[in-house]
Design a protein around this ligand. Structure first.
Ligand SMILES: CCCCCCCC/C=C\CCCCCCCC(=O)SCCNC(=O)CCNC(=O)[C@H](O)C(C)(C)COP(=O)(O)OP(=O)(O)OC[C@H]1O[C@@H](n2cnc3c(N)ncnc32)[C@H](O)[C@@H]1OP(=O)(O)O
Length: 194
């Protein structure tokens, strides 16, 4: 059973997404937006370490390999972890729009169980933009880029300013980012006018 709620259907006046002229070239590794991110950061031992690459258009591919720390049932990936992988792949589309956006809504279909050790091959694409609202879809295939679809998601991301994080994030982590030129450079690469 699958379907998309009305909240994820773009309005009639939605625009076709536009790849930012300074977006990473197709095939380029996008890198982590934050070292401590559970989805893409290298600094989280049990994180997903998702690696995303720009594709053509406003789309990307990404991979993550299910680790023992990601189990729900014995030997199988936790559904929330798989949703996190889809969320992270969708969030990485920010690099191609050069916009900072956060997940407003994420609807996930779990179609196949995903064993530990499996590499999930993800694809994510922006389908429409309406003001601050960014509509996107993602799929995760098991074993190979053309393997069977195990998970898929429809999502709405909402554009925010850097202030969103400064206002809501715990001060210690925000300050650590502000003190780290490398982290600030990553934020600037995401947003044209930070
Ligand atoms: C110097 C230090 C700097 C640090 C900088 C760090 C940079 C980091 C870089 C990159 C980060 C990327 C991270 C990616 C990680 C993967 C993605 C995630 O997991 S993100 C985390 C999970 N998501 C949240 O935590 C959002 C929590 N929610 C909110 O903050 C708000 O609800 C927010 C921003 C989503 C919307 O709040 P509003 O007050 O700004 O805007 P309103 O007016 O409510 O919504 C705007 C439009 O969107 C629709 N909308 C909002 N939420 C919706 C929903 N759930 N379903 C349907 N529509 C929704 C509304 O109906 C409205 O539409 P109409 O303009 O009226 O047509």
């Amino acid at each position: 059973m699958s379907g998309t709620s009305a909240a994820l259907t773009p309005p009639a006046d939605a625009q076709t997404p536009v790849r930012h002229p300074d977006a990473p070239a197709p095939g380029e590794l996008l890198g982590a937006h934050y070292e401590q991110c559970f989805g893409c950061g290298g600094g989280q031992p049990h994180g997903l370490h998702l690696e995303a690459r720009a594709a053509d258009g406003v789309a990307l591919t990404a991979e993550f390999t299910v680790q023992p720390a990601h189990q729900g049932a014995p030997g199988l990936a936790h559904g929330g972890v798989l949703a996190a992988a889809l969320d992270e792949a969708l969030g990485s589309l920010n690099w191609l729009l050069r916009t900072i956006a956060v997940t407003g809504r994420l609807e996930t279909d779990f179609l196949l169980p995903v064993p530990v050790g499996t590499t999930l091959h993800l694809e994510a694409e922006v389908t429409a933009v309406a003001g601050r609202k960014i509509y996107a879809v993602a799929t995760g295939r098991v074993g190979a880029p053309d393997g069977p679809v195990a998970v898929r998601a429809d999502a709405l991301f909402v554009e925010v300013k850097v202030d969103h994080f400064v206002e809501h994030g715990r001060p210690a982590e925000i300050q650590a980012v502000m003190d780290d030129p490398d982290q600030l450079r990553r934020v600037r690469a995401l947003e044209v006018n930070p």
